[in-house]
Design a protein around this ligand. Structure first.
Ligand SMILES: NC(=O)c1ccc[n+]([C@@H]2O[C@H](COP(=O)([O-])OP(=O)(O)OC[C@H]3O[C@@H](n4cnc5c(N)ncnc54)[C@H](OP(=O)(O)O)[C@@H]3O)[C@@H](O)[C@H]2O)c1
Length: 263
């Protein structure tokens, strides 16, 4: 089956203020039909305004709304209110499809090993941002767009399926996220719902800069440095292009984990 993105779509992207989420928000928007509504979430109002300006500049009659929200403390009520506010009285059935990209993510404290952090509040905060908020927003999204066909994308990582030293927060959070979306895909198998866990590859963004600077995993930090120095690290444009190819061709089974480097 092929996914035709040219529909009147309600598109929500988290972590849309910079990095991969910003690029995906713009490049996916470019494919949508006039009258689509793009909802952008992150903390930085400035970054969100930049993304909004890039989407508006596409000139294809899209509506763009931004919400500054901290996902490390967000609640289901906030998500409910945000979704209702974004619709502003428009019925969900006014759209042909609802599309969500759960992109926001943080890498956690990569200066620590898996046996260093016993403080449960640190883990709770990390998991609230990277797992609990994702699940909560996804539940509210499904409630709000019950009547519509849906595309649900989880921006995953190779770290969700393979262990890397210094990445106990990140690897465990991504693994939990992957499995949540696999369960979702299984439960929604008879519905018009496509779920994709997409691993973008190592990308030149703030996240890999942080890992390169702070990780106790010298091999990984050195690998990122080498890629940066030789300008061989993948860009947000490259991974978004591949993401769109994967999604539109839809050769994957709903719920699958597809990596940038997969055939
Ligand atoms: N870069 C890579 O090599 C790589 C590889 C595999 C997977 N990924 C995944 O790709 C996704 C995007 O990563 P990236 O590299 O683009 O990272 P990034 O440049 O650090 O961007 C992260 C995004 O998440 C948002 N965010 C972070 N903390 C937030 C919070 N507490 N509340 C709300 N939003 C928050 C940021 O916005 P604000 O700061 O404005 O809030 C930003 O828009 C992540 O899920 C990451 O795990 C990245």
């Amino acid at each position: 089956m092929v996914v035709d993105l040219e529909k009147r779509t309600y598109l929500l992207v988290t972590g849309a203020s910079r990095g991969i989420g910003q690029r995906m928000a713009v490049d996916v928007s470019a494919k949508l039909k006039a009258g689509s509504l793009i909802v952008l979430l992150a903390r930085s109002e400035q970054g969100l305004a930049q993304t909004k300006a890039s989407i508006t500049a596409l000139g294809n009659d899209l509506n763009v709304i931004t919400f500054s929200i901290d996902l490390s403390s967000a609640t289901a009520t906030q998500f409910q209110e945000l979704l209702a506010k974004s619709l502003d009285g428009t019925k969900a059935s006014n759209f042909e499809r609802a599309f969500i990209i759960h992109n926001a993510g943080s890498v956690g404290d990569v200066s620590k090993s898996a046996i260093d952090v016993s403080d449960t509040t640190v883990w709770q905060q990390y998991y609230h941002m990277n797992v609990f908020s994702v699940i909560s927003l996804n539940c509210e999204f499904f409630r709000a767009f019950n009547c519509l066909p849906k595309i649900v994308v989880n921006i995953s990582s190779k770290c969700g399926i393979e262990p890397y030293a210094s990445m106990s927060f990140y690897c465990s959070g991504k693994a939990a996220r992957n499995m949540y979306f696999r369960v979702l895909a299984t439960e929604q198998a008879d519905e018009d719902v496509v779920v994709l866990n997409y691993a973008p590859g190592a990308i030149d963004t703030d996240m890999t800069v942080l890992v390169q600077r702070e990780s106790i995993n010298k091999e990984l930090a050195g690998f990122f440095k080498m890629q940066r120095d030789t300008k061989t690290m993948l860009t947000t444009e490259q991974t978004t292009k591949k993401f769109l190819l994967v999604l539109e061709a839809q050769k994957f089974k709903s719920g699958d984990h597809v990596d940038y480097w997969d055939e």
